[in-house]
Design a protein around this ligand. Structure first.
Ligand SMILES: [Fe+2]
Length: 302
């Protein structure tokens, strides 16, 4: 599982002390979940939304004044409160890629089994939720397929809950769903996963903050130093406008490239809905990524 897993979860505090997944000793039923008390000291969505609107308006004005489009997220995006003190402020440390390859992870085609792309068959029973097929192609900036690419995904279950010690919000875990999968792209750059549509989840950035449903993606590249991490969203999510992580990409076209397309032709009757999402690694149409947000000159993009 990639180490960048659940950055937003990692920074979240347990919602309440009295919420636990474990049934009391000797109890025949799970303990009743309690609706967490609201943190009235937390900032409102309106405060955050006003900030995001102002930043978006300023970006739109900059575009009208001739500024170039921003195709990467802003590292310094104050509405994303938990990133204020931890976002990178300096250039990435450059390292000798050949040296890193001596001890960094590596993989071969034999290491990844075809069944690892199906997140619905990892346990004895069927996971709960809406079964979906997520597929697409990994492309370079000229539209050429990137073959032999390790694609890894991780996600919340249909209730919006991760299997992670820091995710203790009162939504159920699913004993039949772990939420991780991987595959290797084919000769045409294609990948395909069978999974469950993840739920939205709260993350305490502000009062009543919820992440839009999303699937985390990691692409390994030809070697470890090329690895990128990003997120895929689902079309029409009402939480897009409210989410500081999604909105930290201030350019609407760049945001749109993170949203999958519903594809009815690829659905399987009586079985699964289908979404398509292509990932472009380079060029002006590249997909937003989490670890390439410094400019080519090493300065932070603003
Ligand atoms: Fe997430």
């Amino acid at each position: 599982m990639p180490e960048e897993i659940n950055l937003e979860i990692f920074n979240a505090d347990p919602l309440t002390e009295d919420v636990s997944d474990a049934a009391p000793e000797g109890a025949s039923k799970p303990a009743a979940k309690q609706v967490p008390a609201l943190d009235t000291a937390a900032e409102s969505q309106q405060i955050l939304s006003d900030e995001m609107t102002a930043l978006g308006d300023a970006y739109a004005q900059a575009l009208r004044n001739g500024a170039p489009a921003e195709i990467q997220p802003r590292l310094d995006y104050p509405p994303y409160r938990s990133s204020i003190l931890r976002h990178p402020t300096k250039s990435l440390q450059h390292a000798d890629p050949e040296t890193i390859e001596l001890y960094s992870p590596a993989f071969g085609h034999m290491d990844v089994h075809a069944l690892e792309s199906d997140l619905t068959i990892q346990h004895n029973g069927e996971p709960l939720g809406e079964r979906i097929i997520v597929s697409g192609r990994v492309l370079d900036g000229d539209g050429r397929p990137v073959a032999g690419q390790l694609v890894e995904i991780w996600q919340a279950n249909s209730s919006g809950r991760y299997i992670h010690k820091r995710d203790q919000h009162p939504a159920p875990l699913d004993p039949n769903f772990t939420g991780v999968g991987r595959c290797i792209t084919g000769a045409d750059g294609s990948y395909s996963f069978t999974t469950i549509k993840p739920g939205a989840y709260p993350w305490k950035n502000h009062l009543n903050a919820w992440r839009p449903a999303h699937i985390h993606f990691s692409l390994f590249g030809q070697e470890f130093t090329q690895r990128i991490v990003t997120q895929m969203y689902f079309p029409g999510d009402p939480l897009f406008a409210l989410d500081p992580i999604y909105q930290s990409i201030v350019d609407q076209d760049a945001r749109d490239r993170l949203v999958a397309t519903y594809n009815h032709d690829q659905t399987k009757p009586e079985w699964a809905l289908a979404y398509n999402w292509d990932i472009v690694l380079t060029g002006s149409k590249r997909t937003w990524t989490e670890n390439e947000a410094l400019g080519a000159d090493g300065e932070q993009s603003e």
